[in-house]
Design a protein around this ligand. Structure first.
Ligand SMILES: Cc1cc2nc3c(=O)[nH]c(=O)nc-3n(C[C@H](O)[C@H](O)[C@H](O)COP(=O)(O)OP(=O)(O)OC[C@H]3O[C@@H](n4cnc5c(N)ncnc54)[C@H](O)[C@@H]3O)c2cc1C
Length: 435
């Protein structure tokens, strides 16, 4: 029997979710990735000879698809070596603290809100009533509603300490424009069913090693091929196959999954793909705006000694600090994250690093000068997850051509989970179409 050959374009989490699904189903898979390192927007980089990531990432217990794929490629028992799992604890020492217990949902959140530190009794009561009303509505709302409007009337102290930081961390979009529907989806999956769904999972390994690298080995073990530094310049989907243009040559496959970032899609569908599904997807993507995320790494000579590996900062300018020393990284290595396009990040990297260092040393006065600092700014970290934004769905956009990518998942905002869900959905659509 001649193997059914599928090309996957894009070696990020979406592309490898598709590749693993297709390889498991017995398809012959070739993954094309333009970069030398696999992982796309979640990949390993080197800073001062230390392995870090292009951006500090957080996973949630509710990332069911991502965790299932990690188990597929690493083996069932590997999670605790790869990920530090803890109950959700949002902590800005001296200002605010909220931590969930092991109680079953929804009690875990109710009790966490009841015992939150840093709010008045009235703030806590109003917040519990608000969450109850969200639950009564099954965490649903009008698609055009922004998070800001959803929070109308909520105590400003709670918006500042809880809702706004959660919205920035989950949607990478300011509450003024962020989609309330997607925000509620995240709350629903995190707090709607099991206590473990709201757990925070912090990688103990770099993001390429967490999934894309072992996924590549999994695909290769099943007869597939991974081509790194291989830029696909164009695609034409025909009734009998898909032609990829790579450099000056062309190669034919039986089908393809297109798993590139939203902004990389347009120039790939060359010859003006005429299928109306592709035309609609391209028009929707053309209307996207993007948001940056900055991660600053600062190496100190002494351990940070944070109570938890992740701690909230006051946003001036860092929003969160991660103690990479507690996550199997070098002791004293801090990763500080700033989401969205804020005036504070529109400055030179040196000035930003110095200002983050000063902020950290105010919070942790025992720290001395860092031995090195590196700022990594991802300009298009995610699409701006605004209210009412029309987005393509994962799946077939032309005969033999299936679309994947974090921007296509209807339920999650631009996250690793959206990427892996979209990759699996795109692969399943292709398998169904070719059955
Ligand atoms: C700094 C930062 C922090 C983040 N924090 C979090 C977080 O805490 N939690 C979370 O869940 N998510 C987070 N995200 C979002 C998450 O990383 C993305 O949603 C996810 O990685 C997107 O995966 P993807 O496969 O859809 O796209 P991508 O990762 O963009 O993959 C697309 C791939 O296609 C390749 N490609 C593009 N064009 C071509 C071509 N023509 N030929 C061949 N290859 C091509 C690209 O090189 C890339 O590798 C963060 C993102 C960033 C940048």
């Amino acid at each position: 029997m001649i193997a059914y050959r599928v090309a996957v374009i894009g070696g990020g989490y979406a592309g490898f979710a598709a590749a693993v699904t297709l390889a498991t189903a017995g398809r012959s898979v070739t993954v094309f990735e333009s970069a030398r390192t696999l992982g796309g927007r979640a990949r390993r980089v080197e800073a001062y000879s230390v392995t870090v990531d292009n951006g500090q990432h957080i996973l949630l217990g509710a990332y069911a698809q991502t965790l299932a794929l990690i188990r597929t490629v690493h083996g069932a028992g590997a999670e605790h070596e790869l990920l530090d799992r803890r109950r959700l604890c949002l902590n800005e020492p001296g200002v605010f603290r909220l931590s969930t217990s092991g109680l079953p949902a929804p009690l875990n959140l109710a009790v966490a809100l009841l015992f939150a530190r840093g709010w008045s009794w009235a703030d806590r009561q109003a917040t519990i009533a608000f969450v109850r009303s969200l639950r009564r509505e099954h965490f649903r709302c009008d698609g055009a509603l922004t998070v800001g409007s959803l929070l109308n009337g909520q105590p400003p102290a709670v918006i500042r300490a809880l809702w706004e930081p959660l919205c920035l961390a989950a949607l990478n979009t300011s509450i003024a424009t962020a989609s309330a529907t997607l925000f509620l989806n995240v709350l629903a999956v995190s707090f709607g069913a099991h206590a473990r769904d709201s757990d925070l999972l912090l990688p103990r390994v770099d993001l390429s090693s967490l999934f894309p690298d072992p996924a590549a080995a999994y695909v290769a073990d099943r007869g597939g091929e991974i081509r790194k530094s291989a830029m696909v310049n164009g695609i034409a989907a025909r009734a009998d196959g898909v032609i990829l243009r790579i450099g000056y040559s062309e190669e034919q496959f039986d089908a393809a999954v297109l798993a590139v970032g939203a902004h990389q899609l347009t120039h790939l569908l060359f010859n003006g793909e005429s299928d109306p599904r592709a035309t609609v997807a391209l028009a929707q993507v053309a209307a996207f705006a993007y948001e940056p995320i900055v991660t600053a790494y600062l190496q100190y000579s002494t351990p940070l000694e944070l109570e938890h590996p992740m701690q909230k900062l006051n946003g001036a300018p860092g929003q969160w600090v991660f103690d990479r020393g507690q996550l199997d990284g070098p002791p004293g290595l801090a990763a500080v994250v700033i989401s969205t396009d804020l005036p504070s990040v529109r400055t030179g990297h040196d000035a930003l690093a110095r200002s983050i260092d000063a902020q950290l040393r105010r919070v942790l006065p025992s720290l001395q000068e860092p031995t090195w600092m590196q700022v990594i700014a991802e300009r298009r970290a995610t699409y701006a997850c605004t209210a009412g934004l029309a987005r393509p769905a994962p799946g077939m956009i032309a005969p033999r051509l299936s679309l994947a990518g974090d921007y296509t998942d209807p339920q999650f905002p631009a996250t690793l989970e959206a990427a892996t869900r979209s990759g699996v959905a795109a692969a399943q659509a292709l398998l169904q179409a070719s059955a």
